[in-house]
Design a protein around this ligand. Structure first.
Ligand SMILES: *Cc1c(COP(=O)(O)O)cnc(C)c1O
Length: 394
């Protein structure tokens, strides 16, 4: 019997660290939001990544929401947001009644194209408008052109949020992704490189990090004022992480480097065993980067006979999970009214069925596939996947 192969599934530490932290919480009856695991998890993550403050929250999405609130994004504001991403990146902009302006990617990183970002600034400056924030993503663990993006944001004095939900452990020039912007967010959702069953963290890098973190904590715990009765002057949220969840996260953080190593091994394996196929291109790896290789993704040439759907179907028939590339936000019906800035001229739909256009992000979506990248995969599993894919070229 062949075993099911997951795309990317929870992988607890071989040592059982998670259960030790959970046991401690049970033994002290600390089954609540907040508690020692939460405080320690925040401290350990901040120390590991080298940030001023980290605030543990119920989800990565909540962390993005809190970053936008900390910046003061509100009704009438625009936010420049990477188009090629998961909807969780963009949704919180709308929670605050602001408007996303989507930015195209470049082929060299699959992430926000600094040239398109510059174009967007120029376009909106002419209309006398400046975004309240810029939201960049490090998709699949690939580092964005972060130096250029930081420089542009500083020049226009606009705060930068890095969505590092998929890139925890990616290092660029000796620094972790999520620590370059004013705010960074990470996620511990079930399929991320480490998981707490669900949860996220906000990384705060501003000069007033202490104060901003305190404010986020306040919003995330129902905006309760320090009074002897329940006093509220603002709308709050129930976004805090529980002490049990944080216990799992603490245990997982201990094996983050091991998981990165394995994910990189998977990437290298696919490269070695599929890289000779003429029409297949692996996701980019920037120089001076150690990517966490969360999901090894490939892009096929436009004229390749094999289509992404063929690969996904063949794998599914063999009980192997794979996934399409995120469909860009500017192509989503829910964001149909939002502006999109690209260096590509003459944008038009090229595939009526999927709705893909000829933008860079549209083409990465149209021609890309996320390969199974589960850190529990054995060499036999990897060989099995490669054999299924190679067969399509015969
Ligand atoms: C997973 C993910 C999120 C959201 O994180 P949750 O913890 O699931 O809320 C945000 N952005 C990207 C790019 C993600 O992949």
């Amino acid at each position: 019997m062949k075993q099911h192969i997951f795309l990317s599934s929870p992988h607890m530490s071989e040592e059982g660290y998670e259960q030790e932290y959970i046991k401690e919480a049970f033994d002290t009856n600390w089954i609540a939001p907040l508690g020692k695991n939460v405080t320690e998890f925040e401290k350990e993550m901040a120390a590991k990544l080298g940030v001023e403050k980290a605030v543990a929250l119920s989800a990565g999405t909540a962390a993005i929401h809190m970053a936008l609130k900390a910046i003061g994004v509100s009704q009438g504001d625009i936010v420049f947001c990477q188009s090629l991403t998961f909807s969780a990146t963009a949704n919180p902009i709308v929670y605050e009644k602001a408007t996303p302006v989507f930015i195209d990617s470049d082929e060299g990183t699959w992430n926000m194209d600094p040239k398109a970002l510059e174009l967007a600034f120029e376009k909106y400056e002419k209309q006398g408008q400046r975004p309240k924030a810029v939201l960049v993503v490090h998709l699949y663990g690939i580092c964005a052109h972060i130096d250029e993006i930081v420089e542009i944001c500083q020049r226009y004095q606009v705060p930068l949020i890095e969505d590092a939900a998929e890139s925890l452990g990616t290092i660029y020039h000796g620094r972790y992704t999520g620590t370059f912007g004013d705010y960074g967010i990470i996620s511990f959702n079930g399929n991320k490189i480490i998981t707490s069953s669900g949860g996220g963290m906000l990384l705060v890098n501003t000069e007033d990090a202490e104060e901003k973190a305190r404010k986020v904590l306040y919003w995330a715990t129902q905006a309760r004022e320090p009074a002897r009765w329940y006093q509220h002057t603002e709308i709050g949220y129930n976004y805090r992480m529980s002490n049990i969840v944080a216990g799992i996260g603490r245990g997982q953080l201990k094996v983050l480097d091991r998981r990165v190593k394995k994910k990189r091994y998977i990437y290298e394996y696919y490269r070695k065993h599929l890289g000779d196929l003429p029409e297949i291109h692996f996701m980019p790896m920037m120089e001076n980067t150690r990517s966490n290789c969360w999901l090894t993704s490939v892009q096929l040439d436009a004229d390749c006979k094999v289509k992404p759907l063929d690969i996904m179907q063949a794998l599914e028939d063999d009980d192997v999970e794979s996934r399409p590339i995120w469909k860009p936000m500017h192509l989503q019906p829910v964001f149909a009214d939002c502006d999109f800035v690209s260096t590509v001229e003459g944008l038009h739909i090229v595939d009526e069925e999927t709705g893909a256009d000829n933008s860079i992000s549209g083409q990465i979506f149209e021609r890309g596939v996320c390969m199974p990248s589960d850190s529990k995969m054995t060499d036999d599993d990897l060989e099995r996947v490669c054999a299924v894919v190679r067969k399509l070229w015969k």
